[in-house]
Design a protein around this ligand. Sequence first.
Ligand code: N01
Length: 551
Amino acid sequence: MIEPQRDPAASSCDAVVVGAGFAGLYLLYKLRGLGLSVRVYEQGGDVGGTWYWNRYPGARCDVESMQYSYSFSEELQQEWEWSERYAPQPEILKYANHVADRFDLHRDIQLNTRVESAAFHKDENRWSVTTSGGKVVSASYLILATGCLSNARTPDFAGLDRFRGATYHTGHWPHADVDFAGQRVGVIGTGSSAIQSIPVIADQASHLFVFQRTPNFSVPAHNASLTPEITQQWKADYAEKRRRAREESRNGILMVIPEKGALDDAEEARRREYEAGWNRGGISFMASYNNLLIDNSANETACEFVRSKIAEIVHDPAVAALLQPRDHPIGSKRICVDTDYYRTFNRPNVTLVDVRSGPIEEILPNGLRAGGIDYELDSIVFATGFDAMTGSVAKIDIRGRDGVSLNHKWAEGPRTYLGLMSAGFPNMFIITGPGSPSVLSNMIVSIEQHVDWIGDCLVHMRQHGLGCIEATRTAEDDWVKQVNNVASGTLYPQASSWYMGANIPGKPRIFMPYIGGVGVYRQICSDVAAKGYAGFVMTGRAGAATSLAAE
Ligand code: N01
């Protein structure tokens, strides 16, 4: 393939960052602090990424607020006040905006602008980046901060364009208020987004039909206001708590995991343990024992407990049976965290429709047909998920060394070294990319680790007068093997999940995130750096960056 020519008139900077979510914001802060000129392009109308798009009713984070926040600035973490144990979407978006204002980030962020393509020029060690406005920018580094769950996916239902009512996707929710009062609403899907929105929509709609193909395990959030005492407990010891979450936890979230497995306890004691986890609320339910994600028999005890809870809560035994997951180990798909999800099915205005036994056949002008039955609907909410981890990267036409396309290279599944770089794509970094803990962790912890590592790496290159870094094929092959090996020792690959790419027809089935834990992963990355960036080749002279020309 022929390498495209660089436009000599293109404006220049040291780094182009794609995306102004939590990763893009911290990247800009960090790299600017290192003296680099940075341009951030964001397709949305504001900063915040996930929290800009996912503004569906009931949207909130399933990681507790005191932990789902940046740790890079002591002043920031001391001054910001979270209102609830699990922050609602508007508050997280406000936080993202606060960070952008507080650190004067807006001036280097261009909103409403997609990066359409990027091509590497090996003679100059620079990327040419083309935006949706047709502008071409030249940069030494291209950093993809595009998010793991940012490419919302609506299945290709027949008749979709004929529907006369309103349609919504939870991951692409409108910014104007949506009022379902008096409407017959259909929600398709029962993942985390649906499970959060269904109780709220049921409160508004005259009737809600939930179209479920696969039931999911969900545990109660027990959300509540954050008292000043709890906030203070965190803030008094924030640095140490953050350190432990970063270095000692598996998923970047502080939780206590007992040193025993589920089968080490007799039945009654086990039930008490699960009951305590259920009453505590949130994803720490999976920390009730240390072997729930590696031992099928142990896992089944937790599955059975949650199924028994569903049977207790849901009055109609047939509906309860439909809501009880039986096709995957609990936690092998992201466990959901809800407020009143199962109870919602006791409402007279809510109907659960099993589209496993009677699939959705087509969308009709006034509703949809599933299993031969017509359901009249005024609005349809697609809670049908995302082309996860690779979807947003794939939308950019990225050409690396010798014009090779990243989509071509990743056709059989993503290949990276440490989830940070892909061989053949020099000077291109991915934040929380496939092959890193990313979606299996507290995203902000993983984002900060990647940004800090990249910052150190670029300083190292500057100090040594180097202009080009690239992962070697050997290091990448070894890492891909390691990622697969670690995953195969767990129950995760047993589920048809978006972690495996299983929700996208034709997508290769590969377990994409690194499951060894954030502490272990951080150590591996630090060791690589300490060994002179082992597995990377650093060459070349730094391409001279000029400051951005006026745009
Ligand atoms: O998407 P999903 P999501 N016909 O892919 C169904 C994070 N998140 O947006 O399982 C009928 O989980 C599909 O059914 P099936 C979190 O990491 C976090 O809910 O494929 N149904 C499934 O039920 C989460 O895991 C938070 O059989 C169809 C649903 O659509 C991730 O985002 C909140 C269908 C998709 O579920 C994604 O969650 C929200 C079809 N043709 C999200 N196609 C918090 O922090 C798909 N489905 C709390």
